[in-house]
Ligand binder design. Structure first.
Ligand code: GLP
Length: 252
């Protein structure tokens, strides 16, 4: 894993966007893997700016999202369909038929997960995957304990994730969907290149564990150590445990 530390979130986001823009220029038909959450918001804003001000085109590109909450229709404001439209897709020129997110309203979610895995394979796999991390080390919705050879599948959200994501659901954990369709760890590891991003002090401890700790099923992101081309982009706050490993932690 190549680690890059930036002064702040804005610098991290601009750096990530530069990698995406460069890859798109090299290969206009790039297969991008997109993630949701707070972390990639700055990257998406910068990609929109590059599209509007500097002519960066996504007209031949493809987008595949990591995951979607089970049961949420695309029109639900908390769905990742809605997120992608609002944060990226409606501002750029990616053809709607080139952007894919698991259909979380499918009658048979297990079959939908298998279809989604097949769809990614049929397009030749992901060229460049954008990835964030949960405070418990999850990637996509691959929670602690997820097998590393897992393909796209229906997964249960961990308690920690329900707590963390309640902020998007009126701070009510009960309203957070309990399951999702997610790319599996094997799907993620099959991406040719990964931009792995973390921002803010809340991620410092897990980033420290990912970088210094043993590989363990309990921290799904440690699977990324097996990938040959991961760029880990951190702001200083997220890098705190790496830069200052012995600092004392204030009581929570
Ligand atoms: C969510 C998503 C992940 C994301 C993570 C971190 O639950 N399933 O793909 O990376 O949580 O989110 P954030 O960037 O808001 O911290």
């Amino acid at each position: 894993m190549q680690v890059y530390v930036y002064d702040n979130y804005e610098a991290l986001s601009i750096a990530a966007a530069k990698i995406v823009a460069e890859a798109l220029k090299q290969n206009p038909a790039l297969k991008l893997g997109f993630s949701t959450g707070s972390t990639p918001l700055g990257l998406y804003a910068e990609l929109v700016r590059l599209h509007k001000s500097e002519g960066l085109s996504f007209s031949k590109a493809f987008g595949f999202n990591l995951d979607e909450y089970l049961g949420l229709p695309a029109c639900d404001e908390q769905s990742y369909h809605f997120f992608m439209q609002e944060q990226l897709y409606r501002h750029i020129d990616i053809p709607p038929e080139n952007s894919f997110i698991p259909d979380a309203t499918a009658k048979d979610p297990t079959a939908e997960a298998a279809r989604y895995e097949g769809l990614i394979s049929a397009h030749g796999g992901i060229d460049l995957q954008i990835l964030g991390v949960g405070t418990n080390g999850h990637i996509g919705f691959n929670e602690p304990g997820s097998p590393w050879d897992s393909p796209c599948r229906v997964a249960d959200l961990a308690y920690d994730t329900l707590v963390a994501n309640a902020r998007f659901f009126d701070n009510d954990m009960e309203k957070v969907p309990k399951q999702a369709i997610t790319m599996g760890i094997a799907t993620i590891l099959a991406a040719k290149r990964i931009i792995f991003m973390a921002s803010g002090q809340a991620k410092a401890e897990i980033i420290g564990k990912i970088l210094k700790g043993e590989q363990t099923l309990n921290i799904p992101a440690t699977a990324l150590q097996n990938h040959p081309d991961v760029a880990l982009l951190l702001d200083k706050a997220a890098a705190l445990d790496v830069l200052l490993p012995n600092r004392s932690r204030p009581p929570m």
